[in-house]
Design a protein around this ligand. Structure first.
Ligand SMILES: Nc1nc2c(ncn2[C@@H]2O[C@H](COP(=O)(O)OP(=O)(O)OP(=O)(O)O)[C@@H](O)[C@H]2O)c(=O)[nH]1
Ligand SMILES: [Mg+2]
Length: 568
């Protein structure tokens, strides 16, 4: 039970809950996301429109919202109660689109500001074009007792969607539902769906049964009472209004609304009775928060799980791509085909080995058998090596992008992200250029490595004998020359390839230095590739950025919900 003190105690936790609900993000199109978002919005409105304002001022006037189907006679009823045309009734359906709130002049301060229904702008005075979507018309009437306001709402079952959603927002802001139905329509489905919700939430409800043929009043009333009992709404009073000629002003005959009017007046003037109704509805609303927040908690959790699964895909795909590049670099793959052919031409040139001969004679014996003669095609070999590496890096980038696309398509929420970013199924358009640049940069670094390793005079002389580029090429070659992955005839040739290059380099720099240089060279290349792939992966992350969910949002929400429950 909500006493004044406990209302004050609840304000903090409920405000905290409201912030968390507003912050909850449900961006992924996973099953259940749409109803979860609707639940979030409804929850937010319920907190802003009703729960928080009520907790802040338990003594504010009671707000009775007049709801029901179009044409049931809601506006006519409100006009008749206050005996003035405060809300136009009409023959065209639906008539009421701007809600009208009627209150006693003494209660003005409660409704002028945005204490309740902060999303609706206030309009007063003569009807103007300002009335429309998003506004609430305020009308003062001394026919209403102070402490009670009546709100004429748009219809609940309109063909106009905006009317329907506004009506349910208004009903959620009510202390009391004054539900208007007619003898012809009291069994319609839509009103009963709403009444069931009201019953579940514990909202105070009164029924106005309009346009009842006088002779059937008893029969229809008791049928309706039975229906209300079935929906646990047996405490809802029924006010029957017989079908009658409306007055010249379009109002119900005064005698027919007397009972309802005096009930409302009694309620307004009896602080205790009013408080009972306010608290019944408020407690119901507070109780209903549990279920609604619990459902939001599980929706946010599902989003977080789905989000994490989507994030993991590019992470794994690009890590695997990098691994594959590393493997391709060291298993000898790059020394096959074109590179191998060019290498054979290279070592086959007399020119190169004349240099070898004059520089390091002990290498000579091992390699003279490979000499075939011809011009030094070291450019061709360099190009073959470059394009081999570039092809490997590019192919893996394509593979990773395709993997991301394939796996996202299979994951909940992934397809819409992919549809919004179809370009992610392929690497960035300029990946080819960037890979070429990467390989060129790496090659530049190799030359730098050769230069800095060959700083002492003797080494410098030896390096000079081959030319920096030639040595750089050999270094590039042995970086790719772990022979473990080669098979068949290639082992001998490619393995031999590496051995020859290795021997030449060892003769120049010494064994350990060559091992270190090769390791460094491989490491640098992988670092470049990693950076490139990080950029590719970042595109996926950016696409997911729009659907990012905080990992702890479910937990935070559950915590504030538990805090509300604890003080209720
Ligand atoms: N004869 C008779 N006519 C009524 C009665 N109540 C309403 N009407 C007429 O029925 C029509 C609809 O009444 P409204 O008061 O505009 O109905 P509403 O529920 O406000 O309709 P919306 O604003 O569209 O949701 C009007 O033409 C009224 O004059 C009644 O008790 N008796
Ligand atoms: Mg109306």
């Amino acid at each position: 039970m909500t006493s004044g003190d406990s209302a004050t105690a609840m304000l903090g936790p409920v405000t905290a809950l409201r912030e968390r609900v507003a912050d909850a993000r449900l961006p992924l199109e996973i099953p259940g996301a749409a109803p979860a978002r609707a639940n979030q919005q409804a929850l937010l409105k319920q907190l802003d429109d009703y729960v928080l304002p009520r907790l802040r001022s338990l003594d504010a006037p009671l707000l009775a919202v007049v709801g029901g189907s179009t044409g049931a006679g809601k506006s006519t009823l409100v006009n008749s109660i206050v005996d003035a045309e405060v809300s136009r009734s009409g023959v065209l359906r639906p008539t009421t689109t701007t809600p009208v709130l009627v209150h006693h002049p003494a209660d003005r301060r409660w409704f002028r500001d945005d204490r309740i229904l902060p999303g609706l702008s206030r309009v007063t005075g003569a009807k103007s074009v300002g009335d429309g979507a998003g506004s609430l018309r305020l009308v003062e009437s001394s026919s209403l007792p102070p402490g009670m306001a009546l709100l004429d709402a748009p219809d609940i079952d309109s063909v106009v969607t905006a009317n329907r959603s506004l009506a349910s927002q208004l009903l959620a802001a009510a202390d009391l539902w004054l539900f208007v139905t007619t003898a012809a329509r009291y069994a319609d489905a839509v009103p009963w769906d709403l009444l069931r919700q009201a019953a579940q939430r514990g909202t105070a409800v009164a029924i106005v049964l309009d346009r009842v043929p006088p002779e059937s009043m008893g029969e229809i009333r008791s049928h309706l009472a039975g229906m209300l009992r079935e929906q646990s709404l047996s405490t809802a009073p029924i006010f029957g209004i017989p079908e009658a000629q409306l007055t010249a002003e379009g109002r119900l005959p005064e005698r027919d609304v007397t009972r309802l009017k005096s009930w409302l007046t009694a309620l307004a003037s009896d602080a205790r009775a009013r408080t009972v109704i306010v608290r019944q509805t408020l407690d119901g609303a507070l109780r209903s928060l549990d279920e609604r927040t619990a459902s939001l908690v599980s929706a946010t959790r599902a989003q977080t799980t789905a989000g994490a699964a989507l994030h993991a895909v590019p992470e794994t795909a690009y890590a695997e791509a990098l691994e594959n590049v590393e493997q391709g670099m060291t298993d000898g793959t790059l020394l096959r085909g074109e590179v191998l052919a060019r290498w054979q031409e290279f070592v086959g040139t007399g020119e190169f080995f004349k240099q070898v001969e004059s520089a390091i004679s002990r290498v000579r014996d091992r390699i003279t058998s490979a000499i075939k003669g011809g011009p030094p095609p070291s450019d061709d070999l360099g190009e073959a090596l470059q394009s081999g590496v570039a092809a490997l890096v590019t192919a893996q980038a394509h593979g990773a992008a395709a993997t991301v696309a394939r796996q996202w398509r299979q994951l909940p929420g992934g397809d819409p992200v992919l549809s919004a970013h179809p370009e992610l199924a392929k690497p960035s358009a300029d990946v080819g250029e960037r890979v070429d640049r990467l390989v060129r940069d790496w090659q530049g670094e190799l030359l730098e490595l050769v230069r800095s390793e060959g700083r002492d005079r003797r080494t410098t002389a030896r390096v000079a004998a081959y030319g920096i580029n030639g040595v750089g090429l050999l270094l590039m070659l042995i970086s790719f020359a772990h022979t473990a992955g080669l098979s068949g005839a290639e082992v001998g040739i490619a393995g031999g390839t590496a051995v020859v290059a290795q021997k030449v380099l060892e003769a120049i720099f010494g064994d350990q230095a060559v091992r270190d240089m090769a390791t460094k060279a491989r490491k640098r290349l992988l670092e470049h590739v990693q950076e490139l792939y990080a950029g590719e992966r970042a595109r996926c992350e950016a696409a997911l950025g729009g659907v990012d969910v905080k990992a702890d949002q479910a937990r935070c929400l559950a915590e504030v919900a538990a805090a509300v429950k604890a003080v209720r």
